[in-house]
Design a protein around this ligand. Structure first.
Ligand code: 5CA
Length: 454
């Protein structure tokens, strides 16, 4: 993309009404525009990050064997009356009436609808196990939408639903989701800690939330400091192997880590040595639930078991806050000059700054670099505007691309360009081809995997 042709409405001034850094930076970097309380347009730069996050979620879900689909945002009220949640959900649910006086609602989640799809099309245990998911906009009429996309009213969420014959199979699905979530967050360069939590309106007491530690987080968390050091890393996991998945769950959940909903001070003090006790704040970026037959029973999601008996399926649901993650990523990755994107989610892979637009050799070198990077399947953002160097650098720093290549007349005389890391601030002078090679190498592990992602 050429900056001169792009739509990047960066703000010069600090937005007055944004309380936390991610919200401020998303507004300043021209990523979002608020349209109503808790409802946002995703401007081109924000949309790119949202799509990168979404893609990683898709890839990791499909790697775990989960099947993508898409359900609508509007749902008929009848389905929710069957489960009893139409009344329970209260004011958080946005209710709509159509021209035929039929009651609809803007879906806050999809347990009912997926159970309806399941009961219509699945009748035998031979079709299990089955896990379906989608990534779709949700609406919850939050009392206090705040912090930009962190607590929106309309937000983008991945929600997945497993259907299993037995509790044991459903627990495997639960553990498999935990592993796939760990991988998902790690690929984004985030450390999210699974913590014992509460079921809330979704239900079930077998549930974990995934929390990214951040001072601005809305949840109070209590944990053993050692839990923050565990990584999944590059180990190979066979998602079909229930023992392997269970072992990962145990490794990540045996140490004390709880949100304030489940925190027990006496247990905390008993289990965790004083020097390892941590009290902090966190952003909830996902939650997994096992709730047995809570929805399948009232909604008739039953299959014929091996013994010929009709039996309600065991279910769980699993959510990732895709739009919230964009804010959480910025909370975890910024400095005083702006955002610092991890390579896995950056909106563009590298910025090219032309220090003397209109100079033949500078223009030519930039064009060659731009073409070479694009030919390698990368997305460079080329600042080809006729602006001062200082202003170009400030914009690049604000929008946070992890790498910048600066092309100027003096360097070119010596056959070099400057390659700068946004995170460390360190620069190196290298030949232009070498800069392109390095960028290709850095991004090789981050390029889209060979999975269908709609
Ligand atoms: N049905 C279950 C699992 S699919 C469910 O809805 N879970 S949830 O309520 O925990 O939501 C899943 C994730 O969506 C949360 O972990 C959080 O990251 C995100 N989320 C929830 N509410 C909001 C909101 N108001 N704004 C932004 N993200 C949200």
């Amino acid at each position: 993309m050429r900056m001169s042709r792009y739509f990047l409405p960066v703000l010069k001034e600090e937005p007055a009404d944004a309380q936390i850094v991610s919200h401020r930076l998303m507004l300043r970097a021209g990523m979002i525009r608020q349209q109503a309380a808790g409802i946002y347009s995703w401007l081109p730069l924000g949309w790119r990050v949202l799509k990168r996050v979404e893609r990683i979620v898709h890839e990791e879900q499909q790697r775990a064997g989960h099947i993508p689909m898409l359900m609508p945002t509007l749902q008929p009220a009848e389905l929710w009356k069957e489960s009893g949640r139409y009344d329970d959900y209260g004011k958080e649910m946005l209710r709509v009436r159509d021209r035929h006086d039929r009651d609809l609602l803007y879906g806050p989640t999809n347990e009912e609808m997926i159970s309806d799809i399941f009961r219509t099309h699945v009748s035998s245990y031979r079709d299990l196990p089955l896990t379906l998911y989608h990534i779709q906009w949700k609406f919850r009429d939050e009392v206090r939408p705040r912090f930009g996309v962190m607590r929106g009213r309309e937000f983008f969420m991945k929600d997945g639903y497993n259907f299993d014959l037995t509790e044991e199979d459903a627990k495997h699905a639960y553990n498999r989701h935990l592993v796939s979530y760990l991988r998902t967050y790690e690929r984004m360069g985030l450390r999210a800690i699974p913590m014992k939590a509460e079921g809330g309106p979704i239900g079930g007491d077998h549930t974990h939330e995934f929390l990214v530690l951040a001072e601005t987080g809305e949840s109070a968390v209590f944990y053993d400091s050692r839990v923050a050091d565990i990584r999944l890393g590059e180990r190979t996991i066979d998602y079909g192997d229930s023992e392997q998945c269970r072992a990962v769950l145990e490794e990540f959940t045996e140490l004390y880590a709880r949100t304030d909903d489940t925190h027990e001070p006496a247990v905390f003090e008993k289990l965790v040595p004083e020097d390892r006790r941590r009290e902090a704040r966190g952003i909830e970026v996902g939650q997994i639930f096992y709730f047995g037959t809570k929805y399948s029973e009232p909604m008739g999601a039953v299959v014929q078991g091996p013994d010929g008996e009709q039996t309600p399926v065991h279910m769980g649901s699993h959510g990732i806050g895709v739009s919230r993650l964009v804010g959480a990523l910025i909370e975890a990755n910024h400095d005083e000059n702006g955002i610092v994107w991890p390579e896995g989610v950056t909106p563009f892979h590298v910025g090219i700054v032309n220090l003397r637009q209109g100079d033949d050799s500078c223009d030519r070198a930039c064009e060659e670099l731009y073409a070479a990077l694009r030919a390698a399947g990368l997305d460079p953002l080329y600042d080809d505007r006729d602006e001062r160097a200082g202003s170009k650098f400030a914009t690049m720093d604000l929008i946070g691309l992890p790498w910048r290549i600066t092309v100027g007349p003096r360097g070119l005389e010596n056959g070099v360009v400057e390659l700068t890391s946004r995170r460390s601030g360190q620069s190196e002078e290298v030949a232009s081809e070498e800069a392109a090679r390095r960028i290709r190498e850095i991004y090789a592990p981050h390029l889209p995997k060979d999975v269908y992602v709609g």
